[in-house]
Design a protein around this ligand. Structure first.
Ligand code: AP5
Ligand code: ZN
Length: 217
């Protein structure tokens, strides 16, 4: 199974990805997680990306496209993959099309902007795994600690309100056009086109999970 998860910051892509990747036994390819790992490791890519990410802007297409192409050569991608937070611009989507990277489903998680600000302000993350919690909506078993490892949770550097608002603007301008891009392709009759599915991201995490199972049947 080859899936693209599409949706604004805070839609719950990472939260639902945890379940989707287990359900289909496919790796999650989160460009956000990959960039945060590079920032943490202090690599040249990480140093360049940090400034852009903290400003709520997008890292350059060339850099991201190369990162993903390289990741796709790894053995675990043979059975499929789950893109989380990628593609995020038309050039990124075109690059995948040109490279004949097959996609079965584009799954859009739809959440209104007001809800997103609430979600981001309470988000806590386990840095090493990318596992995500919310202090009210999806709390860890022990406050401030990851359920699996017991390690500390952190607040993401780009979750301050001003940056979240900037990320939402950037989503509208640069990523939202992909809704049309994949929607039109799905309707075009092209046999290589992915199927397009949209689910509401409002409600409890488990309810959204059930919608996703239904949508991918
Ligand atoms: P990235 O890490 O991809 O961030 P994002 O797309 O902005 O999305 P988020 O991770 O913020 O949200 P999410 O949808 O995963 O929500 P989550 O499940 O965590 O990218 C970060 C940055 O990296 C970008 O700004 C950019 O600079 C750069 N970048 C990454 N990819 C790039 C690319 N392809 N091109 C260029 N630049 C790129 O949930 C959010 C919160 O809500 C959590 O607290 C969660 O517990 C809670 N929650 C989840 N579901 C529910 C629910 N149903 N009800 C209540 N709360 C919920
Ligand atoms: Zn995420």
């Amino acid at each position: 199974m080859r899936i693209i998860l599409l949706g604004p910051p805070g839609a719950g892509k990472g939260t639902q990805a945890t379940f989707i990747k287990e359900n289909f036994s496919i790796p999650q390819i989160s460009t956000g997680d990959m960039l945060r790992a590079a920032v943490k490791a202090g690599t040249p890519l990480g140093i360049e990306a940090k400034k852009v990410m903290d400003a709520g802007q997008l890292v350059s297409d060339d850099l991201i496209i190369n990162l993903v192409k390289e990741r796709l050569t790894e053995n675990d991608c043979a059975q499929g993959y789950l893109f989380d937070g990628f593609p995020r611009t038309i050039p990124q989507a075109d690059a995948m099309k040109d490279a004949h990277v097959a996609i079965d489903y584009v799954l859009e998680i739809d959440v209104p902007a007001e809800e997103i600000i609430l979600r981001m302000s309470g988000r806590r993350v386990h840095e090493a795994s990318g596992r995500t919690y919310h202090i009210v909506f999806n709390p860890p078993k022990v406050e401030g600690k990851d359920d699996v490892t017991g390690e500390d949770l952190i607040i993401r550097a780009d979750d301050v309100e001003a940056t979240v608002r900037k990320r939402l603007d950037v989503y509208q301008e640069q990523t939202r056009p992909l809704v049309d891009y994949y929607g039109k392709w799905a309707d075009s009759g092209d046999e290589k086109a992915p199927q397009y599915r949209k689910v509401s991201g409002l409600g409890a995490v488990e309810e959204i999970r059930a919608r996703i199972i239904d949508a991918l049947k």
